[in-house]
Design a protein around this ligand. Structure first.
Ligand code: ATP
Length: 284
């Protein structure tokens, strides 16, 4: 995915957000889908990608979407980001339409590929959308330093993308999405192309980052362990047309060392996710 597209949707907070742990923090829905339907018209006929999807994502939640290939996970995220238009139902983001949310820069978007410009330094890549937004040089510098520190890449500002490993590049792309200071982070399989050990490390880092920033995260993945490890809520989707077949509120504590993946509680949630995926397949 070209960076030009991602720059368009990466964004910044503009409203006075409820403080973390504030009165409404646990119940305020920042993303709501009601009877959402999306059919693509193609030369080969209509493709029914999403069917009757209903979901609330509350402030500060980490919500993963898991389901078989082609079940509409990316499409759902793209609807939230105003990159696709539903053919039925509604979606609100921060109480307004996705289009208004995009204009008010309500979210950052992290794509599967890091999508960094090779001729710009890491700092230059993060700064680019801020430059386009007309943010002052002093504030650009402050934001770049802050987000690089958040993803543990302090000191790499002057490096070029090719000087970083794949995992570091993906962290840089997360830093770029964070630089807008948006309350919502939409992440489409950001670690899908990385090997398992790197992925484990990035999962740990992402959880720490989430704990520090308390963003609301919508995260697409194919990996059951990744979904269970990261999420406060796991949304299981069926094969096309994508429907939600299960929504699991995680009983796991917020503090999650990687070893938690060996505990009976973790395995129980993973089992439920797997059963949900199986049941979806049985429906076809
Ligand atoms: N722009 C488009 N035009 C036509 N069909 C599309 C378009 N975008 C997606 N689709 C189709 O809609 C369905 C859902 O696609 P989507 O990419 O959302 O699935 P996914 O669950 O994210 O898949 P994966 O896990 O493989 O990334 C697929 O059948 C896909 O081919």
């Amino acid at each position: 995915m070209a960076f030009g597209n991602s720059a368009d949707v990466m964004a910044s907070k503009t409203d006075g957000a409820t403080p973390i742990g504030g009165r409404d923090a646990a119940t305020e829905a920042v993303i709501s889908a009601r009877n959402l339907d999306l059919t693509f018209q193609t030369n080969d006929g209509p493709i029914h990608a999403l069917k009757d999807v209903n979901l609330d994502i509350n402030k500060g939640e980490f919500v993963s979407f898991i389901g078989p290939s082609g079940c509409g996970k990316t499409t759902f995220l793209r609807v939230m980001a105003d990159l696709e238009q539903p053919t039925g139902g509604t979606v609100t983001v921060n109480g307004v339409s996705p289009q208004e949310a995009r204009r008010s820069r309500a979210y950052g978007y992290v794509f599967q590929a890091a999508g960094l410009y090779p001729w710009r330094t890491i700092g230059g890549n993060i700064r680019l959308p801020l430059e386009i937004m007309g943010i002052s040089k002093a504030e650009q510098a402050e934001r770049v330093a802050r987000v690089l520190e958040l993803v543990e890449l302090a000191g790499f500002e002057k490096k070029f993308p090719w000087q970083l490993s794949g995992g570091m590049q993906q962290r840089a792309s997360i830093a770029r999405a964070l630089s807008f200071d948006a309350d919502i982070l939409l992440m489409d399989e950001p670690f899908g192309a990385l090997d398992e050990i790197v992925r484990d490390h990035l999962n740990e880092q992402l959880l720490k980052l989430w704990a520090r920033t308390r963003k609301t995260v919508a995260f697409v993945t194919h990996s059951i362990p990744e979904a269970v490890y990261l999420s406060t809520k796991i949304v299981v989707m069926s094969p096309r047309p994508g429907r939600i077949t299960d929504v699991i509120d995680s009983p796991l504590p917020h503090d999650r060392p990687l070893e938690i993946r060996e505990t009976p509680e973790f395995l129980e949630v993973a089992h439920r996710v797997r059963e949900g995926l199986r049941a979806g397949h049985a429906d076809v």
